[in-house]
Design a protein around this ligand. Sequence first.
Ligand SMILES: [Mn+2]
Length: 445
Amino acid sequence: MYQQEFLGLQLGDERLNKRCLKIVDRVSQKPGLSFPRAVQRWGELKALYRFFSNNKVNRDKIMEPHNKRTVERCLQEKVVLSIQDTTYLDYSHHPRKEGLGYTRDRLGGHGMLLHTVFAVSGESGLPLGILGQDVIVRQTKHPAMETYLQRLERNRESGKWIQGLRHSQAVATAETRVIQVCDREADIYVFIKEIKCLCQGFVIRCCRNRSTEDGYLYENIASGPVMGHTDIRIQRNGTRKARVAHVAINVCSVGVLPPKVMGHKGAVLPVNIVRVEELNPPENGKSLSWILLTSESIATEEDCLRIVEYYRARWLIEDFHKGLKTGCKVEERQVSTRQQLENVIGIYAVIAYQMLLLRFLSSRNNLLLADIPLTECQQTILRSKYPKEYAESPEQWLRLIARMGGFIGRKSDGHPGWLTLMRGMHDFILIEQGLLLANKLVGKG
Ligand SMILES: [Mn+2]
């Protein structure tokens, strides 16, 4: 079923297209397994590595059918959130991989940055797909005596946000409004200015106390009127307990002045500010406090709540990157060059999107039986392993598979995470293979 997002592939050679679909079929059944364990046959493994190192194959072509479908899905929507974020892929444990750069401060680490533009429906929150993805490899050496201007002119890493805009521009039409949703790293004057030039919208978390026409942003918002209150559910994370944060929402409108690095030259940017502040934060631990910069209307409480919802949709991209790393293990793939690695990432990115979509639909009880096509044999296994809990619903199937991976399924556990789901899927498929093998032996004997 994961193949559907690859149909229409054009790698320039029919055999390559077929090979790609075959690889997708194999690895999507066991996304967490290494290639040798996912394909199991020596000849097929050789063909897989040959595919990834073929010069005709590249990541853009692999993702093209999915990118096109994503655009089509976006054009059905009135509001599309174009969520941008960067993840670090680290290959320090594979130092021989060619063509990578440093990933940490002081030239540490070995790997690449993956910058994703992920589309989500503004109305329903439905994940629509990947509009584009850029790989950034940090150069280890800059000219030793670089002047200030040379540094500005060099292809700055922060340019990725503006680059990201070109992926979503195809979707910005008279019928569809595009809103860029980004974290604090994207609080950049030239980025916001460019979004405005393209007539797109934005919700970006503020990172610094900017100069405004009336003083400073933090002071301006502190005296802004309260527009309403809401509850925000905070997920458990490491040592942080799950809780419901009761927050107040303040707003104001400001004119942001061009920053000092630009010599204070440039236009004043009119920006709306929404501040979300937790009212009774827990004694020990961080309280929830966001200052959001936005182009959207803040006239009513409903407007403000919608902006907060747009920003909260950002967790989907974090979850997508997690799926790519924890679920699909792209940091553990044994290929030797950057080019090959990019091809591998192209395939897994589209698979990870589809896994995320399934989880999203199941959390909204919106799955169809066809979304989780279990074979007769697989259903029999679930039915006999969990006779009490078994139900003919795709949500329950997913939960039971996750249970094999250690998901307990108490009410407070919410929905299964990537890790338990992947582990469960692995055991589930092993059990199925064992059962099929046993049937074959019995049949013969
Ligand atoms: Mn980020």
